[in-house]
Design a protein around this ligand. Structure first.
Ligand code: TXA
Ligand code: MG
Length: 337
C-alpha cells in the first residue's frame, strides 16, 4: 500500500519534497484534482509516472511551478521551461496564477523532454492549493525546478479528488514507491482549463472552471476553438474520465419517462440529476447541485461513489448549455463516450 500522510503535519511535506528530489513519486493535492508528481527534470522519475498510470509515453504532462517569492514569483520557473512566451500568455498568468489554468508554451530545448512527451511545447501551471505550494517550494529548495503531475488516476479513468481515491488507484504500489499527501478534498474538483499559447493566438484545449469569457476578457482577443493544427491533449480524447458503469446523458423529461417505464427493474441504474426525479425503491438517485462550481467540486467523487454501488448504468441529467457549465459538461460527455 502507498504511504498516506496528513499534509497538516509539516514533516510530511518535508518528507514528500525529499522524495521528489530523490526521484520518487508523490500524490500531491491541488485545487483541481490530485496529481501524481515527480521531478520534471528527472527522466527516470517521469518514466515512473507513465508506468504507474499505464499512460502512453507520448502523452505530455503538466509541469507545476512553485509560486516563488516577491516580484519574481513563478517567472523563474516559466523561464526555465519555456521560451518565446506570447504577451497574452503572460497576461493570463498574471490574471489566473496561482490557479486552475494551464498554458501550453514553446519548450526551451533540452529541458523536461520526457515530461513533455517529446513535443516541442510544455504545459505549465502554478497551483493555488496551499499544500501543493508548500511542497513545490520545499522541493525547489532541493533544486527541483518544477514537478510533472498528471491527474493521479490510472489512464482513462476518473480523476481523484481525495487522497483515498489516489490510494485506491495505486493500491498496487508500495509505501516506498508512493507517498500520498492528504490535503483533503480538492475545492475545484475538475482539472485545469488548458490554453494553447504556442502561437500568437489563444486556443482552448480543455474547458475548466476558468471560463472562456474570463480568458477572452484578459487576452482582449477571441479564444479559438481547437483545430487539427493545435497540440494534442489526452484530456481531449473522446473517451476519458470513464467509470466502470456506462454513463448516459439525458434531459430530465426523457430520463423520468425511462425510469417510469422500468419501475422496479431500474435497480441496476443510478441517477444523478438537478431536477427532482421520482424512482422506484432501491434505485439510487443523487441530486446534482444547481450551481456549476459546486457541481464540479463533487462530480468525480459522485461518479466514483455511484460506480462503487455496482450499478451497470449511471443516468445523468445533461448540464445546462451555459458557459459556467462548460467544464462539467465536457467531463460528462467524455465519461459517456
Ligand atoms: O488540473 C490539472 O491540470 C491536473 C492537476 C494535477 O494539475 N493535471 C492534469 O493532468 O489534469 P493530466 O495529465 O491528467 O492532463 C494534462 C493535459 C493532457 O490532456 C495533456 O495532453 C495536456 O494536458 N498537455 C500537457 N502538456 C501538453 C503539451 N505540451 N501539449 C499539449 N497538451 C499538453
Ligand atoms: Mg488526467
Amino acid at each position: 500500500m502507498p504511504l498516506l500522510l496528513n499534509a497538516v503535519d509539516a514533516s510530511a511535506v518535508k518528507q514528500a519534497a525529499q522524495r521528489l528530489a530523490a526521484g520518487s513519486l508523490v500524490g500531491m493535492p491541488t485545487e483541481t484534482v490530485y496529481g501524481l508528481a515527480a521531478d520534471a527534470d528527472n527522466a527516470t522519475a517521469v518514466h515512473r509516472i507513465f508506468e504507474a498510470k499505464g499512460r502512453p509515453a507520448d502523452h505530455p504532462l503538466i509541469v507545476h511551478l512553485a509560486p516563488g517569492t516577491g516580484a519574481q514569483g513563478w517567472r523563474g520557473g516559466v523561464d526555465h521551461y519555456a521560451r518565446d512566451v506570447p504577451a497574452f500568455a503572460t497576461e493570463l498568468m498574471n490574471a489566473f496564477w496561482p490557479g486552475p489554468l494551464t498554458l501550453i508554451l514553446p519548450r526551451r530545448e533540452g529541458v523536461a523532454a520526457v515530461a513533455a512527451g517529446g513535443q516541442d511545447s510544455v504545459g505549465l501551471r502554478c497551483p493555488a492549493h496551499p499544500v501543493a505550494q508548500a511542497l513545490l517550494t520545499a522541493a525547489a529548495a532541493h533544486g527541483v525546478s518544477g514537478v510533472a503531475a498528471p491527474s493521479a488516476n490510472r489512464f482513462g479513468r476518473v480523476s481523484p479528488t481525495t487522497a483515498a481515491h489516489v490510494a485506491d488507484e495505486f493500491a498496487a504500489l508500495s509505501d516506498a514507491d508512493l507517498l500520498i499527501l492528504d490535503g483533503g478534498a480538492c475545492p475545484v474538483g475538475i482539472e485545469s482549463t488548458i490554453v494553447d499559447a504556442t502561437r500568437a493566438w489563444p486556443v482552448l484545449l480543455r474547458p475548466g472552471m476558468v471560463t472562456s469569457a474570463q480568458i477572452e476578457a484578459v487576452c482582449q482577443q477571441p479564444l479559438r476553438e481547437r483545430d487539427d493544427t493545435a497540440p494534442r491533449a489526452s484530456g481531449t480524447l473522446e473517451s476519458h474520465y470513464a467509470p466502470r458503469a456506462k454513463v448516459r446523458l439525458m434531459d430530465a423529461q426523457p430520463l423520468q419517462t425511462a425510469l417510469d417505464l422500468l419501475g422496479p427493474d431500474a435497480r441496476h441504474i443510478a441517477v444523478y440529476a438537478r431536477t427532482p426525479i421520482k424512482a422506484a425503491r432501491g434505485v439510487s438517485v443523487r441530486r446534482m447541485p444547481l450551481d456549476a462550481a459546486r457541481s464540479a467540486q463533487e462530480l468525480f467523487a459522485v461518479l466514483r461513489e455511484l460506480d462503487a454501488t455496482g450499478v451497470r448504468l449511471i443516468w445523468v441529467e445533461t448540464p445546462p448549455i451555459d458557459a459556467a457549465w462548460d467544464g462539467v459538461r465536457d467531463r460528462l460527455v467524455r465519461a459517456a463516450a
